[in-house]
Write a protein that binds this ligand. Structure first.
Ligand SMILES: NC(=O)C1=CN([C@@H]2O[C@H](COP(=O)(O)OP(=O)(O)OC[C@H]3O[C@@H](n4cnc5c(N)ncnc54)[C@H](OP(=O)(O)O)[C@@H]3O)[C@@H](O)[C@H]2O)C=CC1
Ligand SMILES: N[C@@H](CC=O)C(=O)O
Length: 363
């Protein structure tokens, strides 16, 4: 049985969700996919770091209230996150990066991913910063070191938007994409339609684990801006900067406006889009739109998201599913790990070369 040792960087909603999936589904996964997962290191700004080369017992950690979590008193624990040391020096096969998304320069997550790839470790991440703001550099680094850089959860959480486009749209020309790409803002717009004010609706979205650490990124469209950049790169092959994507959020909309629109059959949605122009350049934007009921994105409720792909042969193909949520997003990391396994299994090298060497030396 093949086994992958994981280092979890950030132990908030998403990476705790991954730990839960490993505890609850690990045996089924091993049976179905032919590999086992073991967590050998966790780092977190608040909790510190925890290392056990024989595998951390996740059950007591998951039983601990997140805000009360501290690794300092545990064997192999420290109050200091020690991210760089853990990523570079603790023997692991896959680094799961799920710290906060910084929409300005992507740090510290860009460095976390860079350290892992330089150390010959595969990376899976749900963090939009490194993908949108340093994706080309990090993909090149992964290729140079013969490892994978996977980021399905960076767009539409666990719903497989990027793999659908890459694996299932062969032979199609995609001329543009438009989507509801932020679960928090979509949830908030729904609650404004129910009569809540912005503050109360935002608090609910935070409570449900949908919002960013700083929900300004959800409300002002910055989160969608990064996702549009990722989609433009992955689907249209266009490398855009933040300045290339005009951006307006939903914070100016009131409950009254949303309810008035609804009475006229219009649904306010925060729409992100990237469309190829006739001259080959890409028009990319984020803005709230009052959509008529027949529009493919108009009926997407709550924290659901949807992406409508504009294709040459099939016309519009719309994929919809959860766009936020801890377990939903943790599933994206699991799907990345499955992709890593499939790719490297197919190429005959499940674990990166340095791990094979370390195992051989250990035995
Ligand atoms: N939740 C969701 O629905 C989705 C989330 N994502 C992305 O996934 C990532 C994780 O999201 P989520 O788990 O919800 O966020 P959380 O805020 O719940 O968790 C992030 C964790 O990372 C910790 N952290 C922050 N900076 C560092 C650092 N430098 N070193 C170590 N740990 C650090 C935080 O500690 P502290 O709390 O002390 O700051 C926190 O515990 C984010 O980038 C988010 O944008 C993507 C898709 C959906
Ligand atoms: N805050 C984001 C989380 C996923 O990217 C959202 O609400 O969509």
């Amino acid at each position: 049985m093949e086994r992958y040792d994981l280092a979890l960087i950030g132990f908030g909603g998403v990476n705790r969700g991954l730990a839960e999936l490993i505890v609850q589904r690990g045996d089924d996964l091993a049976h179905e996919m032919g590999f086992a997962l073991r967590v050998v290191a966790i780092t977190d700004l608040r909790a510190g770091s925890l290392v056990d080369n024989n595998g951390i017992d996740l059950v007591p950690l998951l039983a601990t209230e997140p805000h009360a979590m501290s690794f300092a008193g545990l064997t192999g624990g420290s109050a200091d996150p020690r991210n760089e040391w853990v990523i570079r020096h603790v023997p692991s096969d896959i680094v799961a990066e799920a710290t906060y998304t910084n929409p300005i320069d992507g740090e510290p997550a860009v460095s976390h991913v860079r350290w892992a790839l330089e150390s010959g470790k595969h990376v899976c991440t749900t963090n939009k910063g490194p993908v949108a703001l340093a994706g080309q550099e990090l993909k090149a680094l992964a290729a140079e070191h013969g490892v994978s850089f996977e980021f399905e959860g960076s767009v539409v959480s666990g719903t497989p938007i990027l793999r659908t486009a890459q694996r299932l749209f062969g032979g199609l020309q995609i001329e543009g994409v438009q989507g509801i790409l932020n679960g928090t803002s979509n949830y908030i717009l729904g609650r404004l339609a129910d009569g809540l004010d912005l503050q109360a609706a935002t608090a609910e979205a935070q409570e449900r684990g949908y919002a960013e650490a700083d929900p300004t990124a959800d409300l002002e469209g910055h989160d969608v801006q990064l996702k549009v950049m990722i989609l433009a790169s992955e689907v249209l092959g266009a490398e855009l900067s933040r300045e290339d994507v005009s951006c307006e959020g939903i914070s100016a909309l009131t409950s009254t406006e949303v309810q008035d629109a609804a009475s006229k059959g219009l649904h306010w949605k925060l729409v992100g889009s990237a469309k190829r122009r006739a001259d080959g350049t890409v028009d990319a934007r984020v803005a709230p739109q009052a959509l008529p009921a027949h529009h493919p994105l108009a009926g997407i409720p709550g924290a659901m998201n949807a992406v409508a792909f504009d294709t040459d042969i099939l016309g519009t193909v719309t994929v919809s599913g959860p766009g936020a949520g801890r377990l939903e997003t943790a599933y994206a990391l699991l799907s990345d790990i499955i992709a890593i396994h499939e790719r490297h299994h197919a190429s005959g090298s499940g674990a990166p070369a340095h791990r094979v060497l370390q195992e051989a030396l250990r035995d």
